[in-house]
Design a protein around this ligand. Structure first.
Ligand SMILES: C=C(OP(=O)(O)O)C(=O)O
Ligand SMILES: [Mg+2]
Length: 556
């Protein structure tokens, strides 16, 4: 059975026919004109008919979607129904411009107009580009761009997935994701984990698999097998049918406590995390509330957004991270988009040098929301590199009445200075996504470097050990809130290295809980030793997985 390998980024196995994501719509040549003698009136009519077809398709899809996905599709359908784009395109067709090119240029005109209006209208510019691509696809008889819709289960294969694709992906029918590009912290990987879908990225051969071929995706091993045997299919289906259960108290088989917490980005995800039984929140990415803002949100706006996350966890721990703007999460009011190396640039806590007031306002809002919600609020700063920055941040947080202040350890320098850093904080949380990116000098979004950018890398695990040991010496809790915490096999290693809590996408909690319950703390320490001694990430993962038969029973 032919096998393609890539990097497994979301564990689990699934079997279904493969469906390929259509290639993005290419821009028609800028000088394309209608051929001599073309039926201008007919072409003009084709534009209107294509826009109408797009509108109907989007409305059909919106009716079947839920939540955010539905809202995105409804907004796009409204844009397709707006006659401005069609009439601007028809004017160009009448002047002799090629039909697809006319739509393209008309969309640019509408976008400029919306952007000049600012505010909500400017945000609709994205919908115009989406409608444009869909209309051009119809005009050329090509499949609509975006995630294909199917009534039967399928495995989605794509070059990579953009954030906009993710809103319309329906996990009821899409059972696994495989991409040719993308790294372990790409949007595909993050989406897959949040939906609990097995996923493999950086698997260059996936685009060569025939459409509709039956494939078995193993999101832990990072493999895609075509033509699986009936026995393999039966095993996968049996494991998928098993109920997962978390009793609300993360621990090893011998009762060593490991808090299992949720990563959230807004009120809705916090409500969902509380319903799934998370013990608290280990990472609230506050920047996710404001990614679409051109200006700094007011303290009132911030306090309301934070309260929505804190309230579902009243009486429980919520770790709020101050704004991590920059690199893959730019915020126009804080970051400079023209930096040459944004991942090494003015990101996270570093933005306070120029904009100290933004942190002050945010802490004020957090303190206010904390009081109203009754949650046990912990606050930490991202991208801290030195003990000096740590001291500064903790002092600022205390001034705003935040009692439990800490830092993220995601820059290798902070891990290497762990004793000095830990002396100054109430806790630390390790961001394995960035810690691995910086330790390995491998961009976290690049599929080509996904093998290096893997939290199983022994060098990255050494930095985790270093930090956790400093925490133990000083009696300070040290959590992990990077994507590594959601990998059940790696969670065992992290506990063995001395980590005291794990924060992850809520869907992963039950699997991680079950695997931890199958091992003693000593066993975790032994397995961590195996991982540290391995020559690379692949062998570390293989050595540990071979000692955890429970993973096979659970289909992980
Ligand atoms: C949790 C982390 O933060 P983010 O992914 O938001 O950078 C991390 O770097 O591991
Ligand atoms: Mg980070």
């Amino acid at each position: 059975m032919p096998e393609i390998t890539g990097v497994g980024v979301s564990p689990g196995r699934a079997v279904a026919p493969l469906v390929r994501m259509p290639e993005p719509v290419a821009e028609p040549p800028s000088d394309a004109v209608l051929p001599a003698g073309a039926d201008v009136a007919g072409e003009s009519e084709r534009v209107a008919a294509a826009a109408e077809e797009v509108r109907q398709d989007l409305e059909r899809r919106a009716a079947r979607a839920h939540g955010d996905g539905q809202a995105v599709l409804e907004a796009t359908a409204l844009m397709a129904a707006d006659p401005t784009l069609v009439s601007a395109a028809q004017k160009r067709v009448a002047d002799g411009t090629d039909t697809s090119r006319a739509v393209w240029d008309a969309a640019a005109e509408v976008t400029t107009m919306l952007e000049s209006l600012g505010g909500y209208m400017a945000e609709r510019a994205r919908d115009v580009a989406d409608v444009r691509d869909r209309v051009v696809a119809v005009l050329n008889g090509r499949p609509a761009p975006g995630v294909p819709q199917r009534d039967e289960p399928f495995v989605l294969a794509a070059r990579d997935l953009a954030p906009a694709d993710t809103a319309t992906l329906d996990p009821a029918t899409c059972v696994a994701l495989v991409t040719a590009e993308g790294g372990p912290t790409s949007h595909t990987a993050i989406l897959a984990r949040s939906l609990g879908l097995p996923a493999v990225v950086a698997a260059s051969g996936v685009l060569d698999i025939a459409e509709a071929a039956l494939v078995l995706v193993d999101g832990a091993a990072g493999s895609i097998e075509t033509d699986p045997s009936p026995e393999q299919v039966r095993k996968v289906e049996a494991a998928r049918g098993r109920e997962r259960h978390f009793d609300g108290t993360g621990r090893t088989a011998d009762g060593h406590r490991v808090q299992l917490l949720a990563n959230v980005g807004d009120g809705a995800s916090a409500v969902a995390a509380a319903e799934m039984g998370a013990e608290g929140v280990g990472l609230f990415r506050t920047e996710f509330c404001f990614l679409d803002r051109a200006d700094e949100p007011t303290v009132d706006d911030q306090a309301a957004a934070y309260e929505a996350v804190l309230s579902p966890f009243s009486g429980r721990k919520v770790v709020v991270r101050t704004l991590d703007a920059g690199a893959d999460k730019p915020l126009p009011f804080l970051t400079d988009a023209s930096e040459e190396n944004p991942a090494l640039g003015v990101r996270g806590y570093r933005t306070t040098v120029r904009h100290p007031e933004v942190l002050e306002h945010q802490l004020e809002a957090i303190a206010r929301a904390g009081e109203r919600s009754g949650a046990d609020v912990w606050v930490m700063a991202p991208m801290v590199s030195t003990a000096g920055e740590t001291e500064q941040f903790v002092a600022t947080a205390h001034r705003h009445g935040v009692r439990t202040a800490g830092v993220m350890v995601e820059v290798p320098a902070a891990a290497l200075a762990a004793d000095a850093v830990m002396q100054r904080v109430a806790f630390a949380s390790i961001g394995t996504n960035d810690l691995t990116q910086y330790a390995m000098a491998a961009d976290r979004l690049l599929g080509d470097l996904a093998g290096l950018n893997d939290p199983w890398q022994p060098a990255a695990l050494q930095l985790v050990r270093f930090t956790a040991e400093a925490g133990a010496r000083l009696d300070r809790p040290v959590g992990v809130c990077g994507e590594a915490a959601a990998d059940p096999a790696l969670s065992v290693v992290l506990v063995g290295l001395g980590v005291t809590s794990l924060s992850m996408t809520p869907r992963a909690i039950a699997d991680v809980a079950e695997v931890l319950l199958s091992v003693s703390r000593d066993e975790c320490v032994r397995l961590a030793g195996l991982a540290l001694a391995a020559p690379d990430a692949r062998s570390a993962r293989a050595a540990v997985r071979a000692e955890l038969p429970v993973l096979d029973d659970l289909g992980l």
